[in-house]
Design a protein around this ligand. Structure first.
Ligand code: IFG
Length: 535
């Protein structure tokens, strides 16, 4: 400590008095509270993490700085600020800067790091600040989800909370195993409005999923406006399972959903299920039926009784019109053509139909994805096949050079009951408790199918037995976070015993986000209030 040399005692006393007064007024910077980053409960678990046993605290002096003035980075910064401000009340602002900000702030910047790929990120936290870097904006967006999970669960509450708002310090390097990390909502059996879909997109993004597959058409409903065939939505969308009022998305509403998903680095995959699961269209236009007779609207839950007429030219004119209009409002690369359970279609007609429809989708600049039965046709290049029930079709697909989206029903179908007492859902594939949903590996579940054949996992939520989004949440959570981890995190070292401890800490996060989750008895939920069992 340098010693002060003062010529005489008077000025020494004066100087001492000034220093003491100054020290007394300076804001007391309490020393950072030690916290252990390795004890945090991030889902999906990051690839690597180094804890440094300190912490960073958000204060009313904290702002979010983004490097440069790119609108995209400012949007990600604002997304984070909008997640932090309601519960902290800190009025965190988003600012652009060309260099790292002063201490006490959060900084998002693009920094080349080849190992991280297109979606990876590095999150560095110390007492002075938080620095999130990535090769591309998507990586920053996924790193922002990790920041959210490193703050107390109360951060997700919509109203001002006491705090403090501390994050454990250290460094996280993270990136996904699979590039296609999806979930699906069947909006045809029961219709779910725009706000429900936006909420599902938000919740899926929190767990770093990047695909939202919407089952837009089925026997019970046609849910997307097609201007050249207006009765599809107006008539084919007017009911649902159980006879309810149904509904549909106008093309403007669908474009709004696409934008909302894009802002969360999520791709919407529209599914037009065909040739089967098509009663709503067959009820809307008589000419689409082989016998020229319009079908009745259907509000039951049987499957396999409907088919487009593969032998009629008008069928392909119709499909070309539909695919053209859906492709025009779907910036993502894929159109899902369904292809499942076409029990009313002759085999040779099914193959003729699927081969023709693949050409139609390709002619509109989109890539085909379909349920695993399409592998029985002649697959074009670059087709994705979604395994759901027949493992032989998966092998057929891979033999034809297709890549697989893994949705084995007995592991990923979120409409399956948890156990025999679950009031909602079905169990034709399996009862799927939370541990069973987590304890499998897509790269080994089918003999002969390995990681190189797989794009990723998608978790479908079929809606025969649910008609509110609350009920969807009950079936989707807490199983979807486990699937998100199988999609994002490395398979090595994975165990239900370790995962369930992290999942337990997400109970309060689900509650803070208003998610009506199934409080499985297999998990010691860190909920401080008894959650009434909905079973
Ligand atoms: N199988 C049907 C779905 C739905 C589902 C309910 C597929 C690909 C059973 N097809 O899954 O339409 O009815 O669990």
């Amino acid at each position: 400590m340098p010693t002060l040399r003062i010529s005489n005692s008077g000025s020494a006393l004066l100087l001492l008095a000034v220093l003491t007064t100054f020290m007394a007024c300076a804001p007391k910077k309490s020393p950072p509270v030690p916290m252990d980053l390795a004890q945090e409960s991030i889902i999906p678990i990051p690839v690597s993490l180094t804890a440094t046993n300190s912490s960073f605290e958000l204060t009313n002096a904290t702002d979010i700085y983004v490097q440069g003035d790119s609108k995209e980075l400012l949007k990600i910064g604002q997304y984070l600020a909008d997640k932090l401000n309601p519960s902290t009340g800190l009025d965190i602002k988003v600012k652009s800067s060309n260099e790292a900000p002063a201490a006490g702030n959060i900084y998002l910047s693009i920094k080349k790091d080849a190992e991280l790929g297109a979606e990876g990120y590095v999150l560095s936290i110390n007492a002075e600040g938080v620095h999130l870097t990535a090769n591309a904006p998507a990586g920053l967006f996924w790193g922002v989800q990790t920041i959210r999970q490193l703050l107390p669960p109360e951060i997700e509450l919509p109203s001002k909370q006491a705090g403090p708002w501390r994050m454990a310090s250290g460094t996280i390097r993270d990136k996904p195993t699979y590039g296609f990390r999806g979930t699906m909502l069947d909006v045809a059996r029961h219709f779910f409005g725009v706000e429900d879909i936006k909420r599902f997109i938000d919740l899926a993004a929190y767990y770093k999923l990047n695909v939202m597959h919407l089952g837009l058409t089925n026997d019970q409903g046609w849910r997307i406006e097609i201007k050249s065939w207006p009765k599809l939505a107006e008539y084919g969308g007017k009911t649902e399972v159980g006879g309810g009022k149904g509904g549909y998305y106008t093309q403007e509403q669908f474009k709004d959903l696409v934008r909302y998903a894009q802002d969360r680095y999520m791709t919407i995959i529209p599914e037009i299920d065909m040739p089967g699961h098509s009663n709503a269209a067959l009820a809307s236009y008589a000419e689409l039926n082989c016998d020229g007779k319009a079908r009745e609207l259907y509000t039951g839950t049987e499957v396999g009784f409907s088919t487009f007429c593969a032998q009629k030219d008008i069928t392909y004119k119709f499909i070309d019109d539909v695919i053209r209009e859906v492709a025009a409002i779907s910036p993502g690369p894929y159109i899902h053509i369904g292809g499942d359970e076409s029990h009313a279609t002759k085999k040779e007609d099914y193959i003729l139909f699927v081969n023709k429809v693949q050409d139609i989708v390709l002619s509109h600049g989109k890539q085909v994805i379909g349920w695993d039965e399409i592998a029985t046709a002649s697959l074009k290049k670059n087709v994705f096949v979604q395994l759901w029930s027949d493992e032989k079709n998966a092998s057929l697909a891979v033999k034809q050079g297709a890549k697989l989206v893994m949705s084995p029903a007995r592991k990923t179908y979120l409409d399956m009951q948890y156990d025999s007492t679950t009031k909602l859902g079905l169990h034709w594939a399996a009862y799927i408790e939370v541990d069973s949903a987590y304890s499998w590996d897509p790269a080994t579940i089918i003999p002969g199918i390995t990681q190189k054949d797989i794009l990723g996992i998608e978790s479908p939520m079929w809606s025969e037995t649910v008609d509110t989004f609350d009920e969807v949440e009950y079936m989707v959570f807490p199983r979807l976070p486990g699937h998100a981890e199988l999609n994002w995190s490395p398979a090595t070292g994975r165990s239900w015993a370790a995962y369930k401890k992290r999942l337990a800490a997400h109970g309060p996060r689900f509650t803070a986000m208003g998610v009506d989750y199934y409080p499985s008895k297999l998990v010691e939920w860190k909920e401080d209030k008894d959650k009434k069992l909905k079973n």
